[in-house]
Design a protein around this ligand. Structure first.
Ligand code: PLP
Length: 394
């Protein structure tokens, strides 16, 4: 196969041609500033309102509860920092999990340096948050629970309904980072008792650098970006009109195609998992077997370095990831894999492959064959593996 096989859809996705098509007029034709009063800017204002409506509807929310941001990281920062600031007179304690995206974890660490206390709740061996620990962590001064909808590395889907119910019962605000879940799993903010929700367009075939934060009506929240009156005075700055339009279109397509896409991706993903776990020795699947995103496969291969495997797969035109996109480049094993109890040496041998509806079974076959060859080659060079084989023979 001479072409690229893209299996890193959790890192980002291809912008759909229909999305690009919807965006183009807002660069070249309707380029007015939405804040201007003249008629020329009216289509821009209307397009923003249209996208906001599509997105609100997709979550069972109201349009004025959707605030456009520059992506998932900004939405996470906003939800957590602004809640901390607005509710600090009530308390300075926040609960989150050990497997959150760095957009949440590093924001919590920032707040810890400013006098807040954060409890990082454990997850089990499949990456599911321990609800009994979460309940025990609740204190009279707890102001926020922030738990991701689905994990970006191992794909595990968290018990969001239960967490929402616990938060509501205790009068605590509930934020969820739904960057990997939105557009893949049906979400209804009222059913799940979600008070704030982060999302990002580029994970659902939309453009990069645009996201939203859902904020339930009635919440005390602060402006995140101080400036003009955009986004109901809460996030100043001229709107990214083409980005917003693109997000609206991508959300519309994602909602309409969710069931069919889920089926296609699940079939490919399951085929990949079945073949890899059956045909490669000393491999385990990370994350929950069934409560997982339909496009996610994450393996840990014993006795090899995930980075070496990635580089050799890249040599064959295969794009994967050894951790989240944001942490690759760092040599530390992923905090998610350590949190599910993998020892360092096994966590280092991890490979995340995330499929899309555009992948084919033929590509999966090619990838499995390449993985088998490369893993064998790397193990043949590994002193750890040599020792293991020797010990087994004794
Ligand atoms: N949260 C999760 C769960 C993610 O997977 C990502 C991106 O990988 C982000 C947040 C950050 O989103 P963005 O790239 O839009 O800042």
């Amino acid at each position: 196969m001479n072409q690229t096989i893209y299996l890193d859809n959790a890192a980002t996705t291809r912008t759909k041609p229909q999305v690009v098509e919807a965006m183009l007029p807002y660069f070249t034709e309707h380029y007015g500033n939405p804040s201007s009063v003249y008629e020329f800017s009216a289509p821009c204002k209307q397009a923003i309102a249209g996208a906001r409506e599509i997105i609100a509807k997709s979550l069972g929310a109201k349009p004025n509860e959707i605030y456009f941001t520059a992506g998932g990281t900004e939405s996470d920062n906003w939800a957590i920092k602004a809640t901390a600031e607005a509710y600090e007179s009530k308390g300075k304690h926040i609960i989150t999990s050990k497997i959150e995206h760095h957009g949440v974890i590093h924001t919590c660490e920032y707040l810890e340096k400013r006098g807040f206390e954060v409890t990082y709740v454990d997850v089990d061996e499949n990456g599911i948050i321990k609800l009994d620990e979460l309940k025990k962590a609740i204190r009279p001064d707890t102001i926020l629970i922030s738990v991701m909808f689905a994990n970006n590395e191992i794909g595990t889907i968290e018990p969001i309904k239960e967490i929402g119910a616990i938060a509501r019962e205790h009068g605590i605000l509930f934020h969820t980072d739904a960057v990997q879940a939105y557009g893949h799993i049906p979400i209804h903010v009222d059913e799940y008792n979600i008070d704030m929700l982060s999302s990002s367009a580029h994970k659902i075939n939309g453009p990069k650098g645009i996201g939203f934060l859902y904020i339930r009506t009635g919440l005390k929240t602060r402006s995140f970006v101080h400036g003009g009156a955009q986004e109901r005075k809460r996030r100043g700055g001229t709107e990214n009109v083409p980005g917003i339009v693109g997000y609206g279109r991508a959300a519309e397509i994602a909602m309409d195609s969710m069931e069919e896409r889920d089926k296609k991706e699940r079939e490919l993903r399951d085929y990949l998992i079945e073949r890899v776990t059956a045909e490669v020795p000393y491999v385990r699947l990370n994350g929950h077997r069934t409560k997982r995103l339909s496009n996610n496969a994450n393996f840990a291969f014993q006795f090899i370095e995930g980075e070496s495997l990635l580089i050799m797969l890249d040599g064959s035109g295969i794009c994967g990831s050894s951790g989240s996109a944001c942490t690759s480049g760092s040599l530390d094993p992923s905090h998610v894999l350590l949190a599910i109890g993998l020892p360092h040496e096994i966590a280092h041998g991890s490979l995340r492959l995330t499929v899309s509806e555009e992948n084919t079974r033929e590509e999966m076959d090619f990838v499995v064959e390449r993985i088998k060859e490369i893993v064998k080659r790397l193990r043949d060079m590994s002193p750890l593996y040599e020792d293991f084989v020797k010990n087994q023979k004794q």
